[in-house]
Design a protein around this ligand. Sequence first.
Ligand SMILES: NC(=O)c1ccc[n+]([C@@H]2O[C@H](COP(=O)([O-])OP(=O)(O)OC[C@H]3O[C@@H](n4cnc5c(N)ncnc54)[C@H](OP(=O)(O)O)[C@@H]3O)[C@@H](O)[C@H]2O)c1
Length: 359
Amino acid sequence: MKQYNVGIIGATGMVGQRFAILLENHPWFNVKVLAASPRSAGQTYEQAAGSRWKMTVPMPESMKNMILLDATADIEKIAQQVDFCFCAVDMKKDEIKALEEKYAKAECPIVSNNSAHRFTPDVPMVVPEINPDHIEIIKAQRERLGTKRGFIAVKSNCSIQSYVPALHPLRKFGITKVLACTYQAISGAGKNFETWPEMIDNLIPYIGGEEEKSEQEPLKVWGEIKGNEIVKAQSPQITTQCLRVPVSDGHTAAVFVSFENKPSKEEILQLWKDFSGVPQELNLPSAPKQFIHYFEENDRPQAKLDRNLENGMAVSTGRLREDTQYDYKFVCLSHNTLRGAAGGGVLLAELLAAKGYFD
Ligand SMILES: NC(=O)c1ccc[n+]([C@@H]2O[C@H](COP(=O)([O-])OP(=O)(O)OC[C@H]3O[C@@H](n4cnc5c(N)ncnc54)[C@H](OP(=O)(O)O)[C@@H]3O)[C@@H](O)[C@H]2O)c1
């Protein structure tokens, strides 16, 4: 496979640090540029991020002495050195939208973890096992932006990464309604227990904007390309409640679902077992071998025990049973900063690379 030079925009942040770890020994992608805010620019990665390193493994040796560039002021310079960039920055939505478009217009494709462009109609929001075909909208996006190479592709929010994969293979039974309560880890807020001690022995019943994302994003992922845009699916109806819980990593969801044609429990389990997508077919480096794992034990999946399954890229499910109000209920779990953030971004970039979008 061809080698690609890449940059990480927002390298000093929680998701950026995760990108650095995942890309350290990546077989296709070589990190050439690290960038962050003007506060960090000009410092080495170690100077800027060493004291706020949140990963359990150390900062990659090969990146410690790289000098951080300014993500906004150095766009042209960055675009000249890389084939594409990952982007995960904490800025205002309008600023992120403008920043990502500037990179695309400088002919530097952006694989983004930010939410700013998720509902831009010609920007694909991709879970590679579910809607890999949505990357075909990039042709229309390039026409709008007037670019040859440059484009923006985004991954979806971490909250939907467990229940949308579990529901996807069941769509053929006509999913009518879904209720999902998510129990979300503190790393989803860029925090750990040292930086957020108030979360020890606590639960916060509100995560700003999360319920809207959790209800709307699945409909775009399940949408269809029509002309120059991705048109959202009309169903199912989805309602959610999103809670912050005292867990370091791993978002769990308790899901209730009803169908037009109710499947048997055995049919659901078989579909989960057999669910394999384009990343598995193409044998992409970050693809889990088995996307959905079902646990028979009543006390699984557990965040602490199961979030790292298949390097944190698989989805765990359990407790599938009939419900009195809905047809079925079950529990599912995914690692929010791996599958749900940087790992999902790397897998999307692998799909785009394999399909020639960075050439
Ligand atoms: N944490 C998660 O699990 C998760 C999951 C999915 C998506 N996301 C999204 O990913 C993005 C980053 O999240 P995070 O948790 O990594 O945030 P974070 O830890 O606060 O890091 C923010 C990053 O943005 C950079 N930044 C801030 N202001 C900037 C500016 N004006 N110009 C350029 N860079 C700037 C920071 O650089 P400095 O260090 O120089 O300030 C830092 O590298 C957010 O949009 C978030 O919604 C996060």
